[in-house]
Design a protein around this ligand. Structure first.
Ligand SMILES: Nc1nc2c(c(=O)[nH]1)N[C@H]1C(S)=C(S)[C@@H](COP(=O)(O)O)O[C@H]1N2
Ligand SMILES: [Mo]
Length: 428
């Protein structure tokens, strides 16, 4: 595949796979009997009464705020220690390989902070709007909760997601290659509602949101976007924002890179031009081969990854029915199609998108195959409602060189071995 815009129809015949040098059954629909381990009697877990079946369990007051089962203790955020010097200005990653559906549970949303987690009593929190407005305003959290609110599910992806993979495959697991993303339902007030309240002057073309953390994080956002679909959010997945996600208030900038989603939001300044941010000379720009940098690359382009099987989620069974599952997303809008290849991109078949298909939200896809136990080179490729396709890594490098860190939306390859182990590789 060399085109990134709409290719031919998917073709996954056994013959073409054989021709491609990878002998797989090519069965796309799981056929035959589904696995049932204890079909016949004799399994003591069925024939004997177990402890948990015999004794009373814990009562209702032992965990006023519930936690997952102790058997799920491995489902946690992880960081890559060598990536940053300390954990205060650092990043950790969502365990995508353990999740299903489209919503990220609040306790395992990846975190990125430049100055640690600010601890703020909501009673002491204020949001100020100043600059080129008719009436500068200050809101308390109570004030904000009296404006009409909305609920939206959006992904937040750090522009650096996949940044370590620009030059070649490096990190063994989609948690590390793709885990700087989360997808939650936000409850909040439209930014436009608040800006209208203050009255933006006609020369007010840019917005500077500022965080209350020690990093005083600021970003320049064009007024057009601010008035379009941005939210000032106080809830995620129904409950208050987690401290690490900006409690009590964060900016939501749908489809755009994570660094603009200012957490612990305390001020919105309206100006007539973009501010010069210290970071912008070195960070959040895309350095090209020529030495020039791309600035203002805000939209997160279409992207996808197979979350299972993947290096941290090897195939745990023999031949037969296998569920291939993954995530796809685009900052341009909805995902309309995801194709999956079992042979490193030679042949593609269209996967099934399941669950809500929402604009600028993660989409869950599945491909149910009948695995014949041979090696696979798994890839997925997302297309959004505007017809934009995810490029191969080679296409990305051809366009942008190898000096970039940000905005790597290249196609990921997982090498599934006969014993079910999975590795991060590249094919070209
Ligand atoms: N105030 C403040 N806002 C911030 C940051 C920060 O360090 N301070 N980090 C930004 C970056 S780079 C990203 S990717 C997202 C991460 O959001 P999360 O921690 O909810 O995943 O928050 C953004 N907002
Ligand atoms: Mo980021």
């Amino acid at each position: 595949m060399t085109d990134t815009k709409g290719s031919g129809s998917p073709n996954l015949s056994r013959r073409s796979l054989l021709k491609a040098g990878l002998a797989t059954s090519g069965a796309v629909a799981a056929a035959g009997a589904l696995p049932a381990t204890a079909r016949a009697g004799g399994d003591p877990l069925i024939t004997e009464i177990q402890d948990w079946n015999r004794y009373l369990g814990a009562g209702v007051d032992e965990a006023p705020y519930g936690m997952p089962s102790e058997f799920e203790a491995h489902v946690v955020r992880r960081n890559v220690p060598w990536l940053t010097a300390d954990t205060v200005a650092s990043i950790n990653f969502t365990p995508l390989h353990e999740l299903d559906g489209i919503i990220t549970p609040n306790g395992i949303c990846f975190e990125r902070h430049h100055g640690g987690v600010a601890e703020i009593n909501p009673a002491d929190h204020r949001l100020m709007i100043n600059g080129l407005v008719d009436t500068p305003l200050v809101f308390t959290m109570k004030d904000l909760k009296r404006f009409p609110r909305e609920n939206h599910v959006y992904f937040l992806e750090c522009a650096a997601n996949g940044g370590m993979e620009w030059r070649g495959s490096q990190l063994n697991g989609c948690q590390f290659t793709h885990g700087m993303i989360h997808n939650v339902m936000y409850t909040g007030v439209k930014l436009k509602t608040l800006l209208d309240e203050a009255g933006v002057k006609t020369n007010g073309k840019w917005l500077l949101p500022e965080g209350a953390d020690a990093a005083h994080m600021t970003r320049s956002i064009p007024m057009e976007k601010a008035l379009d679909d941005c939210l000032v959010a106080f809830k995620m997945n129904g409950e208050a924002l987690r401290p690490e996600q900006g409690y009590p208030l964060r900016l939501v900038v749908p489809g755009w890179e994570g660094n603009m989603w200012v957490k612990w939001l305390r001020r919105l300044e309206v100006g007539d031009q973009p501010w010069h941010h210290r970071e912008e000379t070195s960070k959040y720009t895309d350095l090209l081969e020529t030495g020039k940098a791309r600035r203002f690359t805000w939209v997160m382009e279409p992207k996808s990854v197979i979350t299972s099987p993947s290096p941290q989620a090897p195939v745990g069974h023999g031949k037969g029915p296998m569920v291939i599952s993954g995530l796809a997303w685009s900052g341009n809008g909805r995902i309309t199609r995801v194709d999956v290849s079992l042979d490193g991109g030679r042949n593609w078949t269209t996967a099934r998108i399941d669950g809500p298909s929402l604009s600028k939200s993660l989409h869950r896809f599945y491909l149910d195959i009948d695995w014949d136990g041979s090696e696979l080179l798994l890839q997925s490729r997302a297309m959004d409602e505007h017809g934009f396709y995810q490029p191969t890594k080679d296409e990305l490098r051809a366009a942008r060189g190898e000096n970039s860190i940000y905005h790597n939306n290249g196609i990921q390859t997982w090498y599934v071995q006969k014993d079910g182990a999975v590795e991060n590789v590249e094919v070209s």
